[in-house]
Write a protein that binds this ligand. Structure first.
Ligand SMILES: [Zn+2]
Ligand SMILES: [Zn+2]
Ligand SMILES: [Zn+2]
Length: 356
């Protein structure tokens, strides 16, 4: 593998998205995100999400296992980006179009322990957390016909946009399918029509079996050898964690079910147990390599819109984990071309070799 690389990689799922892999030594095209000191306290008197302070948040929507002895608790977001109290109609003024900001925005307090990191939570707790996501997604979809997509995500650390240090995730129910998801849905559907195969399944197969050599046209020397499993970070009975070939973020990792499944909400308890183990080990690897990693993660699942049925064979749900290690530059925001300064192959190798 060359130690220095400068190449543009096309995202195999959404070909309109590409990333510039620029690992040339000594070049520092991006400013590193400052490491945030981790808040290790288990309980903070003034924190509204800590146990005993339940009256400082909006009322409980859902608590597991129960409201007095909760391990996970869902409350209304105090500063919702969308709400159900708006009555104004959609506007259409020439080129300026808006749609009603109807929706729901809720906070999931992941754990009673204030400063606990995800990889420090038990796999049972993580399985319960994703089961709670699933349950609340189903309730929200059922609550209003206008909702098209329910996005579950987590911000951890100030660089990832977390405004409250107590570990938490969020749920936003939207009247539209977000662009990122819609692009994945559309392109994977096109791939399916052409190849009669799910592109995510094809990528998993490739990650598990691909082996090839790329030769230099002039000298005949091996320019690059692609090894079996070089993108695989973790593998369980039912789930796999991979480093995408065209990762936009240096340490981005995706976790997918090995068997085709479009809808996260159809996961079985057995699925969630295996998923939790893979997630925990993956987060432990990220923490071992990066130290106090700040990150976002989000669930991408088939939207419950009118096209849902026709996308069940072509779409494949997954969790995207995007650690924040550098500040996006004007070049990236202006061009849409993200710059990744570590080759995904090297990042995957370091993560696999991490001592956990
Ligand atoms: Zn707290
Ligand atoms: Zn699939
Ligand atoms: Zn995705």
């Amino acid at each position: 593998m060359p130690t220095e690389m400068r190449e543009i990689r096309i995202n195999p799922i959404v070909p309109s998205e590409s990333v510039l892999i620029a690992t040339v030594r000594g070049s520092r095209p991006k400013k590193a995100e400052e490491l945030a000191p981790r808040d290790l306290r288990a309980h903070v008197e003034t924190c509204p999400f800590c146990i005993g302070n339940e009256d400082k948040t909006p009322p409980t929507i859902l608590a597991t296992p129960d409201e007095h002895n909760w391990a996970i608790r869902i409350v209304e977001n105090l500063y919702p980006v969308l709400g159900d109290d708006r009555t104004q109609q959609s506007l259409n003024l020439g080129l300026q179009q808006t749609i009603d900001g109807y929706g729901r925005h809720e906070v999931i307090i992941d754990n009673p322990n204030h400063g606990i990191a995800l990889y420090e939570m038990s796999t049972q707790h993580l399985a319960m957390l994703f089961d709670t996501y699933r349950q609340r997604m189903a309730e929200l979809y059922a609550s209003d016909q206008r909702l098209r997509y329910v996005l579950v995500f987590k911000n951890f650390g100030p660089a990832a946009g977390a405004s409250i240090p107590h570990t938490h995730s969020q749920i936003v129910a939207l009247p539209v399918v977000p662009d990122n998801v819609q692009s994945e849905v559309e392109y994977s559907h096109r791939y399916y029509e052409k190849h009669h195969k799910c592109v995510f399944c094809a990528l998993i197969d490739e990650a598990l079996t691909f082996e090839t050599r790329i030769y230099d046209r002039e000298s005949g020397e091996v320019r690059r050898k692609i090894d079996v499993g070089q993108y695989v970070i973790e593998r369980g009975d039912k789930f796999i964690a991979i480093k995408p070939f065209a990762s936009r973020y240096e340490w981005e990792i995706h976790i997918l079910p090995l068997a085709h499944q479009a809808d996260f909400m159809n996961s079985s308890q057995e699925d969630l147990d295996d998923f939790a183990a893979i997630l925990q080990r993956t987060m432990a690897r990220l923490d071992a390599v990066l130290g106090g990693v700040q990150y976002n993660y989000f669930v991408h699942s088939v939207p419950h819109d009118s096209e849902q049925q026709s996308n069940l064979a072509s779409y494949h749900w997954h969790l995207e984990i995007t650690p924040r290690t550098s500040v996006p530059t004007g070049f990236e925001l202006g061009s849409g071309l993200f710059v990744n300064t570590i080759s995904p192959e090297v990042a995957a190798e370091r993560l696999r070799n991490a001592d956990i």
